[in-house]
Design a protein around this ligand. Structure first.
Ligand code: GRF
Length: 202
């Protein structure tokens, strides 16, 4: 399966996906890395791995629609089977998502449905929860609310700051996302009628 990964920053999740895809028996390969930030550090890391990169600076386009149209045109050439959003900090329109519904994943640094949106680690700490974690979900029009594919959990420890917790969660993200991508690439999870359907272990 051909995968396009969308990033906006350092791309550590993209790197963990690329490392997983490098295994000969992994059922997916990264065909392109796309960013809305030409300055995204992850672009250089992708290039270093021989992965084609595409950058679309939002302010080079008169509107969100034109920005997305340019990305969609590149995707028409890349022809990905799957899109993985990985630290992509821009909402994608319903029209765009419908082109890839059921084939677009995102990783979010909280145990959804808790703490959608930003500052998830501080919010988890403020809530007094003793568990935190991350979620890979199908992307739907609403932000961070698509059907859940996989989750990883970490303990909240005494003395945790948002930064410490973020680092503990990120380590799990780097394991969780390749697992979730493998499930989708192998057809072991599908999105049907707005729900994630996991193949039962036979
Ligand atoms: C991290 O906070 C991660 O939890 C979220 O996006 C941020 C940057 O990720 N998914 P990355 O290092 O760019 O993959």
């Amino acid at each position: 399966k051909r995968v396009a990964v969308f990033i906006s920053g350092g791309g550590s999740n993209m790197i963990s996906l690329a490392d997983a895809c490098a295994a000969s028996d992994f059922p997916a390969e990264i065909s392109a890395v796309i960013s809305d930030k030409p300055s995204a550090g992850g672009l250089a890391k992708a290039t270093a791995r021989g992965i084609p990169t595409y950058a679309f600076e939002r302010k080079d386009f008169a509107s969100k629609a034109e920005h997305e149209a340019a990305i969609l045109m590149a995707l028409d050439d890349i022809k990905p089977d799957i899109i993985c959003l990985a630290g992509y900090m821009r909402l994608i329109s319903g029209a765009f998502i419908s082109r890839y519904e059921g084939r677009m994943l995102n990783i979010h640094p909280s145990l959804l449905p808790l703490f959608p949106g930003l500052h998830t680690h501080q919010r988890a700490l403020d809530s007094g929860m003793r568990l935190a974690g991350c979620t890979v979900h199908f992307v739907t029009e609403g932000m961070d609310e698509g059907p859940i594919v996989a989750q990883g959990v970490v303990p909240v420890l005494t003395g945790d700051t948002a930064e410490i917790l973020a680092g503990r969660v990120l380590t799990v993200e780097h394991k969780l996302y390749p697992l979730a991508l493998k499930l989708l690439a192998e057809g072991k999870v599908k999105m049907e009628n707005g729900r994630a359907v996991h193949e039962t272990a036979t």
